[in-house]
Design a protein around this ligand. Structure first.
Ligand code: HAM
Length: 418
């Protein structure tokens, strides 16, 4: 038997409904912030990521799925930000609008060692705003991430916030860190010894306890920021405070991609263990110019859909099942049920029935297996009186209701509305 590729998943219909819920809620939240959807291709020129994420980024060094075609090297996109900046520049979007706000959702590919919460094909729901360096925007983008989490009914998350400063600050920070760690290289984990050479800042957010202790000993508290970056960061924090958004300043948060400058943030969920980041983002004020575009500040974030779903699984469930199951007893009722199902569906109410003429008991069992919220029962008696019997599957309550009042009754009910 041919099995699926390691690090990929089949999303079966039960789970696909949860994806639709996340995507639908995200579209509504993004619309409130005036974001519009962008759909870049899944394959890009490999040079795009070498230049934007940085040759030293772990994604570029180890995790890209490369496709060679003649003299060209393409890559299955490992993230969305670089593609969106490429599209922004290529389509001259800066000429038509100053601040461009995009959102996106779709698969990303990284050749990682698969484990729980770490896949080779995973999915982002994210956004990017290009065209402003104002700290008000940082607060607003983080507020948007917070609104998404609320719309997805996720609790138990923490927003970690830090500022990396401008490129000069980052370079100075890296130099001083290299100096501080020089005598302790041998104590670092294998990966951090490599990071020391390629991307020393990444040592700061290593998850291995030995490295964490070494980092704690360094006692870092944002001393690397220049005056302007310090002011920018305090304005971002003031903005978040004014919006009532809770966050934790985390001086060790550095992020793995080269393009970040100033504000960076990561959202973790307490239930997830080692792969606890459900989403992350930050500013990338030099990327647009770095890829040949105008000087334009930018910021964005992306959530990992699979990790959001894992986190939701571990919280007390709030799954609302809205399905109505129609049980028709006898031929005349069956004929009538075809019309009723059509009416329900046209009114935006999810409805299904048993096509096989099962007994009442058997059909009730199917309704329960499907997790239906209500069952509508129609038999000869109901047909004659022009009523239906409506059963609430959660409470067991059963009422008779006039047929011509049924749709209105169900449309008003919170349980059935889309
Ligand atoms: P990232 O931190 O690499 O950032 O990815 C964002 C989120 O995607 C992570 O927090 C995690 O939830 C999820 N994720 C990443 N890798 C995997 C994986 N192998 N398996 C499952 N989930 C994963 C970015 O990609 C940036 N482009 C975010 C951004 C947008 N920054 C500015 N704008």
């Amino acid at each position: 038997m041919i099995t699926r590729v390691s690090g990929t998943r089949d999303v079966l219909p039960d789970e696909a409904e949860q994806w639709q819920f996340l995507e639908g809620a995200a579209r509504r939240v993004f619309a409130r912030y005036n974001f519009r959807e962008i759909r870049p291709p899944l394959i890009e020129d490999a040079a795009l990521f070498n230049r934007s994420l940085g040759e030293s980024a772990e994604i570029v060094r180890k995790q890209m799925f490369l496709i060679r075609s003649g003299d060209d090297t393409y890559v299955l996109r490992p993230e969305g930000t670089a593609s969106i900046v490429r599209a922004y520049i290529g389509h001259n979007i800066d000429k038509s609008r100053r601040c461009a706000k995009f959102y996106y959702m779709g698969p990303m590919f990284r050749r990682e060692r698969p484990q729980k919460g770490r896949l080779r094909q995973f999915h982002h729901i994210g956004c990017e705003v290009i065209g402003s360096v104002q700290p008000q925007l940082d607060a607003e983008v983080i507020a948007c991430a917070d609104s998404l989490l609320k719309a997805w009914s996720l609790n138990g998350y923490t927003i970690h916030l830090n500022s990396l400063g401008c490129p000069d600050d980052k370079a100075k920070f890296a130099d001083s860190l290299r100096l501080c760690l020089k005598d302790r290289i041998a104590e670092l984990c294998g990966e951090c010894r490599e990071r020391y050479e390629y991307n020393v800042l990444r040592v700061l957010d290593c998850k291995i306890e030995r490295c964490r202790q070494i980092v704690r000993d360094l006692n870092i508290h944002g001393e690397h920021l220049c005056g302007d970056c310090r002011l920018h960061f305090s304005a971002v924090r003031e903005g978040l405070d004014a919006l009532g958004i809770a966050y934790a300043v985390s001086p060790h948060l550095v992020r793995g991609l080269d393009y970040y400058t100033r504000t960076v943030f990561e959202i973790t969920h307490g239930s997830l263990g080692a792969q606890d980041a459900v989403g992350a983002g930050g500013r990338y004020d030099n990327l647009v110019a770095g890829l040949g575009g105008p000087d334009a500040g930018a910021i964005g974030f992306a959530f990992g859909v699979e990790r959001i779903l894992l986190a939701k699984e571990r919280e007390p469930a709030g799954k609302i099942q809205r399905l109505i199951y129609v049980i028709a007893l006898g031929e005349p009722a069956k004929k009538h049920s075809v019309v009723l199902l059509n009416e329900l569906r046209n009114a935006g109410i999810a409805a299904d029935t048993d096509y096989e003429g099962k007994s009442l008991k058997g059909a009730m069992r199917t309704a329960s297996d499907l997790g239906a919220r209500h069952v509508i029962i129609i038999g000869d008696n109901e047909l004659q009186k022009q009523t239906v019997t409506l059963k609430n599957m959660e409470t067991g309550e059963q009422i008779g209701i006039q047929r011509n009042a049924l749709i209105e009754h169900l449309s008003k009910s919170e349980d059935t509305r889309d």
